[in-house]
Design a binder for this molecule. Structure first.
Ligand SMILES: Nc1ncnc2c1ncn2[C@@H]1O[C@H](COP(=O)(O)OP(=O)(O)OP(=O)(O)O)[C@@H](O)[C@H]1O
Length: 244
């Protein structure tokens, strides 16, 4: 579904690359956490997938497209296969809940009947039934994120990218939002979530890709936020402390 082949991204030639020779493959239907310190390259990794950023070298393949060589007029076709949610929700303040989600279907020319049916289903799925008429200022942070998620998945994308979706939310709300993402993944959508939330990662036990200064330093199935695999000390062969 997503393949990075030796991907390097240089924003500023005087600084270290934001991504440095990254090779990773994510299969359809996976749920993957992207972790790493601030500035380690998580957002850049996600931006490569929806082609907000283009690799300086190497190739990125997404849902059958070679994103690195995609001409700009083909980008909308790629983006239809991808939903994206952000830490700061980014819902449209002049539209109500229903209109925020319906808008994503209107722009691809869906009929009014189909839009009504699908938006109603998706709002129920994210737990916003009965809140269709509410405006942004009448919603909690968690509810705003539910709207953003509903909008991101209403056109049934193959992939959902989430860039610190719980970064502005309290722990209970963060867990509820993660449950929504889990449900979307259980329906077959590949989910890639960048996060600093160790509690969520530790509870979910999914694949964890850890970046450090633009490099993949860990790629582990059913993993925790901090690796539990003990480091082998080369000189003595004894085990040391778990990696930070
Ligand atoms: N448009 C840009 N121009 C210049 N440098 C950039 C740009 N975008 C990102 N960078 C740099 O690339 C590196 C990786 O940034 P990125 O935003 O991908 O990190 P991150 O892991 O998502 O961080 P955070 O957890 O703080 O969101 C950082 O050093 C950042 O300063």
């Amino acid at each position: 579904m997503i393949r990075f082949e030796n991907v390097t991204k240089v924003h500023d030639p005087r600084a270290k690359p934001a991504l440095d020779s990254v090779s990773v493959e994510i299969e359809g239907g996976e749920f993957v956490f992207l972790v790493g310190a601030s500035g380690s390259g998580k957002s850049t990794f996600l931006k490569m997938i929806y082609r907000e950023d283009v690799a300086t070298s190497g190739s990125v393949y997404v849902a059958g497209h070679n994103v690195s060589t995609l001409t700009s007029w083909r980008v909308p076709k790629l983006r239809r296969k991808i939903g994206v949610v952000f830490q700061d929700f980014r819902i449209l303040p002049q539209k109500n809940v229903y209109q925020n989600v319906a808008f994503a279907m209107q722009v691809i020319g869906a009929s009014r009947a189909r839009t009504k049916e699908r938006v109603t289903d998706v709002l129920a799925m994210v737990g916003l039934e009965g809140m269709e008429k509410r405006m942004q200022h009448e919603l909690s942070g968690g509810e705003q994120q539910r709207v953003a998620i509903a909008r991101a998945v209403v056109n049934q994308p193959d992939i959902l990218l989430a860039d610190e979706p719980t970064g502005n939310l309290d722990p209970t709300t963060s867990e509820e939002i993660t449950e929504v993402l889990k449900k979307i993944n259980a329906n077959g959508t590949t989910v890639v979530m960048a996060t600093h939330d160790d509690d969520i990662v530790d509870r979910m036990r999914r694949r964890v890709i850890e970046l450090s200064r633009g490099k993949v330093m860990r790629d582990e199935a059913k993993a925790t936020y901090t690796s539990l695999i003990p480091k082998v000390t080369p000189a003595t062969g004894t085990t040391g402390e778990a990696q930070a």
